[in-house]
Design a protein around this ligand. Structure first.
Ligand SMILES: [Zn+2]
Length: 200
C-alpha cells in the first residue's frame, strides 16, 4: 500500500503535547508517518467578538495561506526522511486549535474542512468535557481529537462520508456521534483508502 502524506499543525497556543499524542495514535491507524509542524499564528479578522468564536471558513482559509513555510518539528511514527516531502504533495493537512469555531449553519463545530485544498481544522474546544459543564476528562478529550483527525484526514484526502456511525468518516454533529465511533476506519473505507482509490 502507498503511504499517506499527512501534516499536522497546531495553531498558536494549542497544547503541542496533546496534538502529538493524538497524532501518534493517528499515525498507527494510518500506518504512515505524520509530519508535525511548528505552530501557525492565530488568523486575524476571523473573530466574531460578540460570539467569541472564529468564523471557521475564514479561519481555515487564512491558515492555508500561511502554512507553506512552517517547518517540520517532528516526524511521528517514521524516520526523518519523511520530512522532505514537499507541502504541495501532502494528501492531507490538519490544523488543531483550541479556539472555538462556528459556521453560519451551526452554533459551533468540531472541525471544518476544505477537500478542494486538502486541508482541515479541528477545534478541541467543544471536545472538552468542561465545555459541556462536566468534569474535565483529558483522556476522553484526546480520544475525541484523534477520531476527528481521522475524519478530517480521510475527507480531505478524497473519501466520501461514511454511513456507518462507528466509522470516523461518518458525520460528527454532536458529541455522542464522536464518542460512538471506533478508533479506526471501517473495513470498506480502509480498503478504499489504503488501496489508493481516493488518491487520484
Ligand atoms: Zn467507513
Amino acid at each position: 500500500m502507498s503511504e499517506m502524506r499527512v501534516s499536522v499543525i497546531p495553531v498558536a497556543r494549542m497544547d503541542v503535547e496533546e496534538v502529538e499524542e493524538a497524532a501518534n495514535r493517528v499515525a498507527r491507524v494510518l500506518g504512515s508517518p505524520i509530519l508535525l509542524r511548528e505552530a501557525a499564528p492565530v488568523p486575524r479578522g476571523t473573530e466574531n467578538f460578540e460570539r467569541r468564536q472564529h468564523d471557521a471558513s475564514g479561519f481555515l482559509a487564512d491558515l492555508r495561506g500561511k502554512m507553506a513555510p512552517l517547518r517540520v518539528t517532528k516526524v511521528i511514527g517514521g524516520d526523518d526522511s519523511a520530512a522532505n516531502v514537499p507541502m504541495s504533495s501532502m494528501n492531507a493537512t490538519v490544523f488543531v486549535t483550541d479556539l472555538d469555531l462556528y459556521t453560519e449553519k451551526s452554533d459551533g463545530v468540531f472541525a471544518y474542512l476544505s477537500p478542494k485544498f486538502k486541508v482541515g481544522v479541528v477545534s478541541v474546544r467543544r471536545l472538552k468535557e468542561a465545555f459541556h459543564r462536566r468534569k474535565a476528562d483529558p483522556s476522553k478529550q484526546r480520544t475525541r481529537l484523534m477520531k476527528e483527525m481521522l475524519r478530517v484526514i480521510a475527507r480531505v484526502s478524497g473519501m466520501p462520508k461514511c454511513a456507518n456511525p462507528a466509522c470516523p468518516i461518518s458525520p460528527s454533529k454532536v458529541l455522542p456521534d464522536v464518542d460512538s465511533k471506533e478508533e479506526r476506519y471501517c473495513q470498506p473505507c480502509w480498503t478504499r483508502m489504503s488501496t489508493g482509490v481516493s488518491r487520484i
